[in-house]
Write a protein that binds this ligand. Structure first.
Ligand SMILES: [Zn+2]
Length: 293
């Protein structure tokens, strides 16, 4: 049997029920008149904070009734280890249940109670049980909720030296027939990838936006470098739409370089960036140290 673990990082999907004597007995809670046989002591603890529209106390009563004993119920954020049950030092039964079970229908709570009562291991997740089906669906929903695209903050194009929005609009009309619908802005903090290299911009196809490293918003950086960086990222935007679905995106392909060379300032821009990388890295480090927290 595993030792009690206050944290909920256990990734086991096994449903464990310790093999020990199952005599329900009075607890210190009874001194306050709270608990007795077939009653529950539900602990939200440090883990579950969401209110649930389902009548949880009724579900907990069903669980205790089916288990045939009093239970201390603790909700956890653990989505793999759905339920575990152990006998505390005081002999009281403690059941830890994933909060994803809070919305489970009555028959699921009854099954869980019977599982506790009968000390059956690993039966509750079987195909065909209400619990098995509910748990699987709840886990899938949780995963889907996690993979929703993050909402990005409004992008700020107006910098100290350059207005990205203005430059973007001009380049869009000039080189992309005004078709580029990506949003553009300065990234909030200097992009820090590696000690000896620097990323000046990035295109994010998930949210369709371009971020430019704020190291370029500086008097010592020529306008042409900001333009070149924007064109580079806008070209990534353009090629995104030419890829057939299911194909892994490849950056800086021959086609990409060919499109970039059509811009007359390409060679000069490349040369300037190569020659001034050290200066830009120093600027990045300075901004990183001095940015407001
Ligand atoms: Zn690139």
């Amino acid at each position: 049997m595993k030792r009690r673990n206050k944290t909920t990082g256990n990734s086991s999907t096994q449903l464990t029920l310790p093999l020990f004597d199952c005599n329900p007995h009075k607890t210190s809670n009874e001194a306050t008149g709270k608990s007795s046989d077939n009653s529950t002591q539900s602990t939200e603890g440090n883990l579950c904070t969401k209110d649930c529209p389902i009548d949880v106390s009724r579900s907990e009563a069903l669980l205790c009734e089916a288990a045939g004993r009093s239970l201390e119920i603790i909700y956890t954020n653990n989505r793999s280890r759905i339920i575990s049950c152990r006998k505390g030092k005081d002999g009281f039964f403690s059941v830890r249940i994933s909060r994803i079970m809070k919305t489970a229908p009555a028959e699921v709570w009854r099954e869980l109670g019977l599982w506790i009562k009968n000390s059956r291991k690993n039966k509750i997740l079987c195909e065909g049980t209400h619990s098995g089906l509910f748990i699987r669906q709840a886990q899938i929903q949780e995963q889907l909720a996690e993979t929703k695209p993050r909402q990005i903050r409004p992008l700020k194009g107006l910098g100290r030296c350059f207005n990205l929005t203005e430059i973007f609009d001009r380049l869009n009309a000039l080189h992309f027939d005004g078709l580029c619908d990506a949003k553009v802005g300065w990234s909030r903090k200097p992009v820090f990838r590696a000690r000896h290299s620097i990323r000046l911009g990035s295109y994010h196809d998930e949210g369709n936006y371009i971020l430019i490293n704020p190291v370029l918003d500086w008097e010592r950086v020529p306008l042409q470098i900001v333009e070149g960086t924007l064109i580079h990222e806008m070209t990534h935007w353009k090629l995104r739409h030419t890829l057939s679905s299911g194909k892994r995106r490849q950056l800086h392909t021959g086609e990409f370089r060919e499109l970039m060379r059509r811009w007359s300032g390409y060679e000069e821009c490349e040369y300037w960036v190569k020659s001034n990388t050290s200066m830009l890295i120093r600027r990045r480090n300075f901004l990183s140290k001095n940015r407001r927290r």
